[in-house]
Design a protein around this ligand. Structure first.
Ligand code: NDP
Length: 334
């Protein structure tokens, strides 16, 4: 079997030397476990956090550990009740060609939809959007929502759900092509290219795109987008705080410091809720029940960006952190 390990903790943006391709013996499933041949691997921004040697909501990786990640694959050997050879499953396989999973930590995939949807629109990112919007966004028809990383699996789901509930939706995305996709594919009412703006001109563009102010800012990125959005938040606005990818590798590009941010929350009486999806897994079956038929009926659409080969996962991951992906980043294993 082959796997990608963390070769060292990155300093700043991850580079190729932070990863290593390792070969080893095929793992053996014990009682209650299955051996899976991985066919698809999900790359997600949270993995950058796992590479940092800091205390967080989940343990960080040690040097030599297999990179964390969710995969899809076929069972090639089963010692777990309910699983047979050939079953298609998803679970935390890591960045590896093969993985042993506990039966109670794997989920069988039996939908007619492409298996990759279990990693994006009908997986952890889609579920994050669905949960956070309902619980912390509390959308009402006629309100305005802004989300960045808008063509990624979280942002695209947030936008589509909000639009279907009668909100005005404004996308922030990197580059003209992603802005086109945001409006044409995902139905956003407006889209702004953050790469074409500094914080001040981004604020002006947002003022035009959200003339009634912003009621919900779905926070995916932090940085200058947060700086531009905050002054435009309406009183009693909501900020589901899902991610701050602009800062994951340590850059600190916000001119307005903490006092300004804190004061905005106070004077606008904003509700800011940290969202860690692992707290909410009990809602996953409800999410699948509600959203799967909408995906099947094309009422909710999705985009994927597929890299080929496990050995190319580090490059795809590094690119994704900088906006190199268009849609959910998947790696197809050969
Ligand atoms: P995406 O597939 O959207 O990939 C990340 C995107 O972030 C890039 O494509 C890029 O899009 C954007 N980006 C990167 N750097 C910047 C920057 N400096 N300024 C603005 N945008 C930037 O990721 P996901 O949809 O999977 O995740 C979106 C966010 O949600 C992430 O922050 C992630 O960590 C978070 N998340 C949090 C979860 C939780 O439980 N809290 C669960 C799942 C995701 P573009 O080119 O358009 O700028």
């Amino acid at each position: 079997m082959t796997r990608i390990a963390m070769a060292r903790h990155p300093e700043g943006d991850p580079v190729a030397e932070d990863f290593s391709l390792e070969r080893g013996a095929m793992p053996e499933p014990a009682e209650g476990e299955i051996l899976v041949e991985v066919t698809l691997l999900s790359l997600d921004p949270y993995m950058r956090g796992r590479m940092a040697p800091v205390k967080s909501y989940a343990p960080s990786l040690s040097v030599g550990d297999t990179m964390t990640g969710q995969g899809v694959g076929r069972v090639i050997s089963s010692k777990a009740d309910g699983f047979a050879e050939g079953d298609l499953v998803t679970g935390m396989t890591g960045w590896a060609s093969h993985a042993v999973l506990k039966g109670n930590e794997a989920r069988k995939l039996d939908s007619d939809l492409p298996p990759s949807t279990a990693l994006g629109v009908l997986g952890m990112p889609g579920f994050t959007a669905w949960t956070g919007l309902k619980k912390y966004g509390r959308p009402k028809a006629g309100e305005t929502l802004v989300v960045a990383a808008a063509t990624g699996p979280v942002g695209a789901m947030v936008g589509q759900l909000a639009k279907s509930q009668g909100l005005r939706t404004v996308a922030i995305a990197g580059g003209p092509e992603k802005c086109r996709i945001a409006t044409e594919t995902f139905g956003f009412d407006a889209a702004i290219d953050h790469r074409a703006h500094d914080a001040a001109s981004l604020r002006k563009a947002l003022e035009e795109a959200a003339p009634d102010g912003i009621d919900i800012y779905w926070e995916n990125v932090g940085g200058k987008v947060l700086e531009a959005v905050l002054p435009l938040m309406n009183v009693h606005g909501r900020i589901p705080l899902c991610g701050t990818i602009a800062w994951y590798s340590g850059s600190d590009d916000i001119a307005d410091g903490l006092p300004t941010v804190w004061r905005s929350i106070l004077t606008k009486r904003l509700s800011v809720n940290g969202l860690i999806i692992f707290d909410h897994w009990d809602g996953f079956p409800d999410f699948l029940r509600e959203v799967t038929p909408k995906v099947a009926a094309d009422q909710i659409t999705w985009l994927e960006d597929v890299a080929e080969g496990l050995e190319n996962a580090p490059a795809a991951f590094m690119a994704m952190l900088k906006g190199g992906n268009t849609g959910k980043q998947i790696v197809k294993l050969s």
